[in-house]
Design a protein around this ligand. Structure first.
Ligand code: ADP
Length: 196
């Protein structure tokens, strides 16, 4: 079904994993700005080269670059009926840019799911991922910095979406399928239903 959704939560909360599962269940694309940036890094594009130093340090890529990238991605035909954003917006400026972009097409967000996970848990998960996947920004010091950046720049967005009545808080700790069930239940109460 058509829905414009956002998954928000600290690094390591499981946003990417859940985004893929929900995207399949709802038939809408999962759009991860982190994945798109990593693809640019791999392909050594101009954008990738610009983003690299920020990503390696665990800092946000500048808003102007990120907003342009998302505007381009959301203009693709597969995103017209809905999408699930993962990792964007991450700053108040990005919220503003997304609002304007959607409003220009007469649209707005339908729901925002906050995946809640304690810092100690996400640090452990990301340590494991560092061993499995070798993502350079999963180094422990960089992870701690990413958590600080999240707390300072991204966590305030939760209040913004809560004031709009769009926020659903979901416990991100537990089995993957269990967390998906919780998210689906939270979205169902907002009229976003999943086929059986
Ligand atoms: P995580 O959620 O685990 O931090 P992501 O894959 O979402 O991982 O992001 C990895 C990195 O990509 C971030 O640390 C940042 O440098 C960059 N990035 C991703 N999304 C954004 C965004 N919306 N704005 C700015 N930088 C971003």
């Amino acid at each position: 079904m058509s829905a414009r959704l956002l998954l928000i939560g600290p690094p390591g909360a499981g946003k990417g994993t859940q985004a893929h599962r929900l995207s399949t269940a709802l038939g809408i694309p999962a759009i991860s700005t982190g994945d798109i940036f990593r693809e640019h890094l791999r392909n050594e594009t101009e954008l990738g080269l610009k983003a690299k130093a920020y990503m390696d340090a665990g800092d946000n890529v500048p808003d102007s670059l990120t907003n342009d990238l998302v505007a381009d991605r959301l203009s693709q035909p597969d995103a017209t009926a809905g999408f699930l954003l993962d990792g964007y917006p991450r700053t108040i400026d990005q919220v503003r840019a997304l609002d304007e972009l959607l409003a220009a097409g007469g649209a707005s967000m339908d729901a925002v799911v906050e995946l809640v996970a304690e810092p100690d848990v996400v640090v452990e998960r990301l340590k494991k991922r560092a061993l499995e996947q070798g993502r350079s920004d999963d180094d422990e010091a960089v992870v701690r910095h990413r958590l600080e950046v999240y707390a300072q720049q991204t966590a305030p967005l939760i209040g913004v979406y809560d004031e709009r009545g769009l926020l659903a808080k979901v416990d991100g700790i537990g089995e993957v399928a269990e967390v998906t069930d919780r998210i689906e239940a939270a979205l169902a109460t907002r009229g976003i239903v999943f086929a059986a």
